[in-house]
Design a protein around this ligand. Structure first.
Ligand SMILES: [Zn+2]
Length: 135
C-alpha cells in the first residue's frame, strides 16, 4: 500500500463534507502518485447510488494518472483520467444487479460491467446510454 500524503488542500477538514459514505482517499490514484481529481458531481451521484442500493460500495479505481491508466489497460481517453469515473467491486450477481439498477435510477448513463467490477462514469463527452462488457 502506497504511503498517503496530502497536498495541503485541507483534506482532513474536507472529509466530512466530501461525502456521506466515502472518504476522499478511496478515489486517489492507486499507483501512489497522490492524484485525486475526482469529480464532486460523481461523488454526489455515488452517495445517492449507495443510498438507493443499500449496499456498501467498495471503490477499486477512481482517479487515474496517465501512467497508471496505461498500466491497468485503461483506454487512452478513459474517464478515470478526468476524475469522472469510478469502478466498484462486485461480489455476486445480486450485487451487480442492485448497483446497476441504483446507478441507472440515479441518472448514470454510462456503465461497464465485468465479472468483479462495475464501472460508472459521468463523462458527458462520451456516448450516453451506453452499457458495455469487460470480456
Ligand atoms: Zn497515479
Amino acid at each position: 500500500m502506497a504511503e498517503q500524503t496530502e497536498n495541503g488542500q485541507g483534506q482532513t477538514a474536507a472529509v466530512d463534507s466530501f461525502s456521506k459514505y466515502f472518504r476522499a482517499e478511496e478515489f486517489t490514484c492507486r499507483c501512489g502518485c497522490g492524484l485525486n481529481n475526482i469529480s464532486a458531481a460523481l461523488v454526489a451521484r455515488l452517495d445517492k447510488i449507495r443510498e438507493t442500493a443499500d449496499i456498501a460500495l467498495k471503490i477499486t479505481s477512481g482517479s487515474r494518472c496517465k501512467a497508471h491508466n496505461a498500466a491497468v489497460g485503461g483506454k487512452a481517453d478513459s474517464a478515470h483520467l478526468d476524475g469522472l469515473a469510478a469502478d466498484i467491486a462486485i461480489a455476486n450477481s445480486n450485487e451487480r444487479f442492485l448497483i446497476a439498477k441504483a446507478a441507472i435510477a440515479n441518472g448514470i448513463k454510462r456503465l461497464g460491467v465485468g465479472t468483479a467490477l462495475i464501472h460508472l462514469d459521468i463523462d458527458k463527452i462520451k456516448p450516453q446510454e451506453a452499457l458495455w462488457l469487460y470480456a
